[in-house]
Design a protein around this ligand. Sequence first.
Ligand code: PNS
Length: 164
Amino acid sequence: MSTVKAIYPGSFDPLTNGHLDLIARGAKIFDHLVVAILKNSEKSPLFSVSERVEMLTEAVQPFGNVSVATFNGLLVEFVLEQRAQAILRGVRAISDYEFELQMALMNRRLAPEVETVFLMADEKYSYVSSRLIKNVFELGGSVEGLVPETVISRLQARVVPNRR
Ligand code: PNS
């Protein structure tokens, strides 16, 4: 019997409940899901790669078929190295679509045997992004319910909110 393995790539700086919702959906449809953190991101991250690995490893523990990895370089090379068949990505709104389409088509050109699968997280997370989480927290706003508790305590340890 053939099994389907998918890679869910991203920066996850930090992990949000939108990411977790997508992981839960991916875990239901794929035999194995690997959450893959990009190491050589151009962005200057808030959390180091090892901190993000820790947060994700803790968060995916309830799922028996989800693991966490890191990768460098081309995503499709990592997908092929892992002997995975699919890339999982989330689409929140139409604004995500254009860039996601470009990435999916570029990845298809690079590795035609790999399919990109798009899933929608619950609409209650449709406005949640790592960038906004960092911004709101830094300015003293509440991100309760939008990120896992482990992320909140790490944000508290890392960022002194800039309250007015
Ligand atoms: O969480 P993000 O920042 O939206 O994730 C973007 C990510 C990591 C999926 C993307 O930047 C990526 O795949 N980078 C690896 C480099 C690569 O393969 N580039 C060519 C494909 S478009």
